[in-house]
Design a protein around this ligand. Sequence first.
Ligand code: SAM
Length: 286
Amino acid sequence: MITAPSAAATAAESYLRARHDLTPGLQSEGAELLLAADGRSSYRIMADTVAGARRVLDLGCADGWLLERLAEAGAETLAGIDLSEGELAFARRRPALAGADLRCGRAQQLPYADGSYDAVVSHMAFMLMSDVEQVVAEVARVLVPGGMFAVAVGGGAVKGEARDLFMTLARPLFRARSTESQVPELGDRRTRRREGLDEILVPHGFEPVSWEPVAVDRRGTPEQVWEMLAGMLYDMHDLGEEQVAQLHDRFMTDSQSLVAPDGILPCGMWINHATTRLRSAQQIHA
Ligand SMILES: C[S@@+](CC[C@H](N)C(=O)[O-])C[C@H]1O[C@@H](n2cnc3c(N)ncnc32)[C@H](O)[C@@H]1O
């Protein structure tokens, strides 16, 4: 049963909608530069995971970067849903997505028919969603039995590299903001752990997840790394100009010791890829 969003969900979703409407396309800008050791981006890893699925739905599709990769991988029927109309406007401009069913809405209330997808994916978005049980119930409804659900969730910085340093310097500034300018609590922490995902998914008829932590690297000059980190974190957008300037200077100084002789600063982060399948009625009752 679909219930009305809680007050916390409404606050979180209003924040996400406004933030993404202001900076559409930012999320996947340079996404192909976030590479795993085998040279694939996290988006390509996800597209490869569901390769062979003919009908695929992307939850929190934003500007459609992953959907475009799925089209390249051979999916024939594509759909995406996102809270942000600004992001979707970007997705609609992609020629590869001319036939895709792109909707502005909530993953907790999917406007798609029962059993209409062979795979549902969500890249760095499921972890931000409120009322995840409702999302998962909807995913189970729109998947065919045996259908795949694949999510990529953030796993934090690679220790001792640029992102780790950046967070160490930025966290006290994020915490010092007034209550009104704090980013609201986003998502359910359980979605970031293997056991937590099983706790949410298994009661809805899914198998326990396969879990693959992947380190992706966005190395570059210190200035390039700064630009990327400062652009990708929600918390950065609400810092004052002076604080951003101070953080920038401190990051430039402290990161010098991490720069390799070729001038490149390593900047790794973990993205955890979790994959499961919806069990069929026979499997559940066996
Ligand atoms: C961090 S971005 C990731 C975007 C994209 N999947 C990617 O990896 O490039 C998270 C996206 O999820 C969307 N989102 C968050 N909660 C949502 C919900 N409940 N329903 C639909 N979209 C949601 C946001 O609007 C945002 O575009």
